[in-house]
Each structure stands twice: as C-alpha cells, then as structure tokens.
Design a protein around this ligand. Structure first.
Ligand code: GLU
Length: 485
C-alpha cells in the first residue's frame, strides 16, 4: 500500500462541532496509526455561509484537541492552496477536461424551467431529477442560448444503466443505481464548483488514499466515484462513520447540551478527556478499558473496530472521564486552568502572585474531586475566599456544643507559632486532637468544620486547614464562637 494520506475537510460555516471533531480525530488516528499524513483543508465554496471566523474557530479547536496536521491550511504543502476558493482555476481546468471528453455538458435551463420539469415529473409519477434537456445541444444551440444572456452550469453526464458499488470499510458494500442519480451540477453558473466536484478534485490532487468522513456523505460517494472514473483517477478507499445520537436516540443537537468544542473548552473540559471521549464515539478498543491517552488510542486504532450502528453521546460518561483527568493531572496544571473561573467568580484579582497561586493550588487539591468540569470550581471554592456566616440552624446546633470552646482552644494552641501547616501536619494534628481532648472524633471534627465553613459538609479538614492557613483558621474559629447563641 502506498503511504496513507487522509484528510479533514471542514466547511467553515460555524464552530467545530462534536461530529466534525470526531471525524478529524478518526482521520488523525488513522494517519498516525499507519504512519501516514494528515491533511486539513477548507471547503469554503458556500460563499454566503463561510467565514474566516469559523475557519479560525475550527483550526484553534483542532489544535486545542492536540490534532496536528502535516499538510494543509496554515501548514502549507505541495498541493496547496488548501482553501477551495483559492483553487478555482484548478476546478475550471478539470471541468474543461470533462467537457472536452464529453463527460460533462453545459446546461442552460433556468430555475423556472427546472421547477417546471420537476412538477411534470411529479405529476407523471416519475423519479425526480434533471431530465437531460441540454444533454445533446450542438455548439450552435449553445451559442444561441448564450446570446440570449443565459449563463450555463456544467453538468456531469451520468452513465445510464450502471450500478456503482461503494466498498465502504465500515459499512461494507453499498450499491447505488445510476438511474436514480441524474446528471448533477459540477460547476454553478457563477463558476463556483459544487461540493462533489471540488472534493473529488481535491482528494485526487492531494493524493488522498482514504476518505474517512460522516455517514451523511455516503450518498455523495457514488457521484464522486463517477468523477474519479471519468477523469481516469484511482478511486480512494472510503469509510463512513455513523451518526452521533443523543441519549434519547434523536440526532445530536443543541437540545442535548453543548455541541461545539469551544463550548466544552469554555466550560473547563480538558482536551485529553474530550479526545478520549470522542475516540469512543463509534470506535471501541475491544476491551473494557475506557481511559486512554491519544498515544494509546493511536496504537490500537483501526477501521474494523468502528461501529456501523450510531454512536450515542453520553454526557455522563464525558463528565466522568473529565472528572477522572481533573483528579489525575498535575495539580499545578489544574490550578492554572482554574484561575480564570475563580477570577470570574470574584475570588481572585486580575494579577495572581505566587503566594496566592500557592493557595489556589491548595484549593484545587481540596475541591477537584467534586468537579466534572473546571468552571464548577466556582461553586465549591467560595469557602476558601470568603468568610462564612453561622446563621444556619444546623451550624448553630453544632457550635452550641459544650465541648466546642475547648476544641477550638486546643487547635489554636497547636497552630500558634508552629511550623508551616501542610497536609501531612494537618492530618497528624487532626488525628491527635480527639485523643488529647478525650473526645470522640465527631465532637471534634463537626464543630471545626462548621467553624471554618459555616456548613456541616464540605472539603476535607486536612485540605481546609492548609488552604486557609493558621491565621485565617484561628480568626474564623473565634468568629464562630462569638456567633454561637
Ligand atoms: N465539507 C464537508 C463537511 O464539512 C466534508 C465532506 C468530506 O469530508 O468529504 O461535511
């Protein structure tokens, strides 16, 4: 087999969505697994809906996911340019070739004429499609129509009576009867190529060996094969990956939650969790294991483990995976990523100096086990940055215990003038306090928790003490005692 070359060819008509990201990932994995090349090019022939802003969003989302490309937009390469609107001359050249060889012809039918043809076909109970009116126009007839001011489109002459079989590496053989295809447009009257034509020219001129894309393009594939064959080009391999459905088995949409990669990024999902999750959307490693790095998936990825049936988008699973990566990543990284969310919640100033950053790391250690995604940190971190109140009746009940003053005094004693309060020391202190006071654990820990947080539930005490620091601990306990009724 020649060197594998795959591509991701997004239309920049919106941000990178889950489905697009999954297609990009599968192509990337295929390229890496077989030591081939991954190309990213831009299909911007829908002039009205395409924008540079969407293109930027797509590329930055790919980079954030860690999906680098060897050739293409922004990277350059031998088959550039990699944006379709910059390749128009190339499409014209191949359209000319098809016109000359008779595989294509100019069609002058107006919108109204096409609509009338359609009506007539429907009325006669015939299959709807171009009726071939301009198929056999002579030069003179064409000239005549052009003199009338008509601007032609270029149509491909679909062979009659042919059955085309797509050898799909995921779906198996899928046959299409050419009779149902109809002569399709390859160049519009404004000179812009249609998707099927541009994609075939690009795939060939870029040397693409495997076309891995969403199932919705399966019905376009016979049209592209016809073009490859007419131009005398080898046909690439195809693999169409299944739709992504919501948990309710309806097609994935905004109703099912965030749909763009950017939204997940903004909510504080980690890229490694996203790619891990995306890899499992339609591919399975054949074992129970569900947590993988990109490097690990890369070693195992193959198209024969890509499912034919639709993939189900399970947000709980994504949350679980993300929570897993949040808990197991170096705390420095998670703390750095948490800063914007804490700042947004008003807990951090614009500039965070090293001592405050040290506190953010301790806060991260204390709360990360409760997070599905990082923006949730704002809901858990308040207690570390704002002094609590003690009005809650449950808190009052705990603080009015007769042992409470002694418990607080004992901790204060231990903390005054003592060495730095790290987690180990906090654990040791907390272990020793009940013994020292001759009290059960609950009678010691409950009031401390309430004194420090105003609540009966929350982060572990051995995380709270170092994160607050001795001075703050003493201050809060005093305030709590003062507020006990
Ligand atoms: N531009 C198409 C899309 O965004 C890609 C089609 C293809 O991969 O052939 O769906």
């Amino acid at each position: 087999m020649s060197e594998v070359k795959v591509r991701f060819a997004p239309s920049p008509t919106g941000p990178l969505h889950i489905g697009g990201a999954r297609s990009a990932l599968f192509n990337w994995l295929y390229a890496r697994r077989y030591h081939g090349k991954f190309v990213v090019r831009i299909e911007d022939t829908d002039l009205e809906r395409s924008s540079r802003e969407s293109e930027e969003n797509i590329l930055s989302s790919l980079r954030w996911l860690g999906l680098d490309w060897d050739e293409g937009i922004a990277a350059g390469g031998p088959a550039g340019p990699y944006r379709q609107t910059e390749r128009l001359a190339l499409y014209s050249q191949y359209a000319e070739e098809l016109l000359e060889s008779g595989w294509a012809y100019r069609c002058y039918c107006s919108e109204e004429e096409l609509a009338a043809q359609r009506e007539a076909q429907l009325a006669a109970g015939e299959m709807v499609g171009y009726n071939g009116q301009c198929r056999n126009l002579s030069e003179a007839e064409c000239q005549q129509l052009e003199n009338e001011g008509r601007k032609p489109v270029v149509r491909f002459r679909v062979p009659e009576g042919k059955v085309l079989t797509v050898r799909d590496q995921v779906r198996g053989d899928v046959s299409f009867d050419c009779h149902g295809i109809g002569d399709f447009i390859i160049v519009k009257s404004d000179g812009i190529p249609t998707y099927n034509f541009a994609v075939a020219v690009d795939d060939h001129t870029m040397g693409i060996t495997h076309v891995i894309r969403a199932e919705e393009h399966l019905s376009n594939t016979p049209l592209q094969i016809l073009l490859f064959e007419a131009l005398g080009w080898p046909v690439p391999e195809f693999a169409h990956i299944s739709l992504i459905l919501g948990k309710d088995r309806a097609k994935m949409s905004k109703r099912h939650g965030a749909t763009s990669i950017q939204q997940y990024r903004d909510l504080g999902y980690l890229p490694e969790a996203m790619v891990n999750f995306l890899a499992l959307l339609g591919w399975s490693p054949g074992a129970e294991e569900e947590v993988f790095t990109l490097d690990q998936v890369q070693e195992k990825f193959s198209l024969d483990r890509v499912a034919k049936s639709p993939a189900v988008f399970d947000l709980d699973k994504l949350n679980w995976l993300n929570g897993h990566y949040i808990k197991h990543s170096p705390v420095e990284r998670i703390a750095d990523l948490a800063v914007p969310y804490l700042r947004q919640a008003g807990y951090l100033p614009e500039t965070v100096d090293e001592s405050l950053m040290a506190k953010v790391r301790l806060v991260t250690i204390a709360v990360r086990e409760y997070l599905d995604y990082l923006s949730q940190i704002a809901d858990h971190a308040g207690v570390f940055f704002t002094d609590p109140g003690y009005d809650d009746p449950e808190a009052q009940a705990v603080l009015s215990g007769e042992q409470v003053p002694a418990v607080f005094a004992a901790l204060r004693e231990q903390l005054t003038g003592a060495a730095a309060l790290d987690e180990d020391r906090a654990r040791a202190l907390l272990k020793q306090l009940p013994k020292e006071l001759g009290l059960g654990g609950k009678l010691v820990y409950q009031p401390l928790r309430v004194g420090l947080t105003g609540k009966t539930k929350g982060p572990e005490l051995y995380h709270l003490l170092p994160a607050l620091g001795p001075a703050k601990v003493i201050e809060r306990l005093e305030k709590a005692l003062g507020s006990a009724i």
